[in-house]
Design a protein. Structure first.
Length: 342
């Protein structure tokens, strides 16, 4: 890494903290940034709130806005890191949890857990939704790899095409689950479109305890990812067990995706946009790129959530907004990749 890397990461971290403070103060009830800091600091220290602060502010900040904003930040960071891992392993800028079908698999599993609860089958949703989402994501990943490489030879383009095919099949499965939900179908539809409405500290905790270890694990293997970019034979010569590293990181990225999807629903293209843009700016060194993707993804998603929550006349599902941004961006990368191959 260059000598500027710590400065870049500190700048992104500072920008994320600033974005969280500003977003917490925005909404129908406007709260000044200084008052946000005072309330949070008082709650952290366990002391009383200053008398000159509106008595409704602590509840709005600590129970309504901050859990939602932190959940959006962790989900955005997790999806961006997962996207960076998929792109680094497959050496393809089009790879991300959404295009590989992993998000759809996680959504199918989570939807199944939700419909079981709706149908009256006793399921502890807090545990079952993440568990079913992870099982769905891992099963999808296994099927996609089996479909893309029946003879053991793996092409990243074939892998993405297989992901699109499996995602289409899962979409039909999700449609059947909606049919089973009957009158409660609105619950599943709204969840699938992606939203952070009603998120609590439990959701923040669940996301954090999986995303942070996942981030640390990917950072641990960042040097190996750099070496693997030189080719499988070169990596093996330099002492990197590329097959083992790929398996570990694919499971790690799938788990992060599953947890994020179980909390927020399907939010597409975060794992595509952020790694690609930051790679253009910072270069391909994964030791810098991966932590930068965490901060960049967090900033993007909490900004998008703030726009849908505080700026638009009616709240728009965040998955719709990210797809509106990500769809054209995906087309741009695809076209650029095609031109580069000629």
């Amino acid at each position: 890494m260059s000598s500027k890397s710590p400065f870049i990461l500190m700048s992104l971290a500072l920008f994320l903290v600033l974005a969280i403070i500003l977003a917490t103060g925005m909404g129908f009830l406007a709260i000044a940034p200084l008052e946000v800091i005072q309330v949070v600091w008082a709650k952290v220290r366990g002391i009383g709130i200053a008398a000159d602060i509106n008595p409704t502010f602590p509840f709005v900040i600590m129970e309504v806005r901050l859990p939602r904003i932190l959940a959006a930040a962790f989900v955005g960071g997790g999806l961006a890191v997962a996207g960076a891992v998929f792109q680094a392993i497959l050496l393809n800028p089009l790879a991300d949890p959404y295009t590989l079908g992993v998000s759809s698999g996680a959504a199918f599993g989570a939807s199944l857990a939700l419909v079981l609860g709706i149908l009256g089958i006793t399921v502890p949703l807090f545990f079952s939704v993440p568990l079913f989402a992870f099982l769905g994501a891992m099963t999808t990943l296994i099927v996609v790899f089996a479909l893309a490489a029946p003879d053991g030879r793996l092409s990243s383009n074939t892998l993405i095409l297989s992901g699109v095919i499996v995602a289409a099949i899962l979409s039909a499965g999700i449609g059947f689950i909606k049919y089973l939900a009957d009158e409660q179908v609105g619950v599943i539809i709204f969840w699938l479109m992606g939203s952070f409405v009603g998120k609590t500290w439990s959701d923040v905790t669940l996301t954090a305890i999986f995303v942070f270890p996942g981030l640390l694990l990917t950072l641990y293997f960042a040097r190996d990812l750099n070496i693997m970019a030189l080719g499988g034979r070169t990596a093996d010569t330099l002492g990197v067990d590329s097959r083992k590293v790929k398996k570990i990181l694919l499971v790690c990225a799938s788990l992060m995706t599953a947890i994020c999807v179980s909390v927020s629903g399907i939010i597409g293209f975060v794992g595509l946009i952020i790694p690609h843009l930051l790679r253009l700016v910072l270069g391909p060194d994964n030791r810098l790129l991966i932590p930068a993707c965490f901060f960049g993804g967090a900033i993007l998603l909490l900004t998008a959530d703030t726009i849908t929550r505080a700026w638009l006349p009616t709240e728009l599902p965040i998955g719709v907004l990210t797809s509106l941004i990500g769809g054209p961006f995906f087309c741009y990368i695809f076209r650029k990749k095609q031109l580069g191959q000629r």
